[in-house]
Design a protein around this ligand. Sequence first.
Ligand SMILES: Cc1cc2nc3c(=O)[nH]c(=O)nc-3n(C[C@H](O)[C@H](O)[C@H](O)COP(=O)(O)O)c2cc1C
Length: 209
Amino acid sequence: MRLIVKELPEFYNDIDKTLSEIKSMLSRGVNDRKSNFHYTTLCTVDNNSRPQARTVIFRNFDIEKFYLYIHSDLRSKKINEIKNNSHVSLVFYDDKKKIQLRMRGIAKIEPSKKDSWNKLSNWSRRCYLSEESPGINKQEPTSGFSEKYYFNAPSTEESEKGLQNFSVIQIMAEEIEWLFLASQGHRRILFDIKRDLENIKIEGKWLVP
Ligand SMILES: Cc1cc2nc3c(=O)[nH]c(=O)nc-3n(C[C@H](O)[C@H](O)[C@H](O)COP(=O)(O)O)c2cc1C
């Protein structure tokens, strides 16, 4: 018989502890740039019903409501796609912990964005200063914004022009699928998030990996 010595985490056979691990990894992902959960893949459905995936930074997490937040340019394609079809999915993978999260949810563009904008550095606000919309075809290579910002951040006053192009995407998680890879045997759980006004109830069930 093959002896497997790797120490298993406490959540290995425990649905509640797995849910706590998910919450902890998502919270850390927002705050820790080195965390593998600081980035995620956001998949939308485009106007021809085809999937469109891209990397985004995971900006904020409401642990009580299971809302996730992402920043983007209001003129980008994904915004239009979300307005036409709010169903999205997110994928996270931590290659050290061997944990994948596949999430499905409903996205919307947050009406209030000023608080998030106020927390951005002027350097980050630079991304929202392009005159033309992201994705527009150009004859020459371009960053989109003025060359005076190549090495210097805009002043706060200059950066304020970007607010009109800035948007916050809120994703209300509906379902999370957990996959933990282990040599003894993988573990897979489907968490269903049920919502009733302000209350949420999360139920997990084991799946064959
Ligand atoms: C590491 C990394 C982080 C990114 N973070 C964001 C982000 O937070 N928000 C965003 O809109 N785009 C981000 N992007 C760019 C997107 O992947 C994508 O190219 C861009 O948003 C245009 O997508 P769209 O045309 O489908 O809207 C990031 C790309 C990389 C490689």
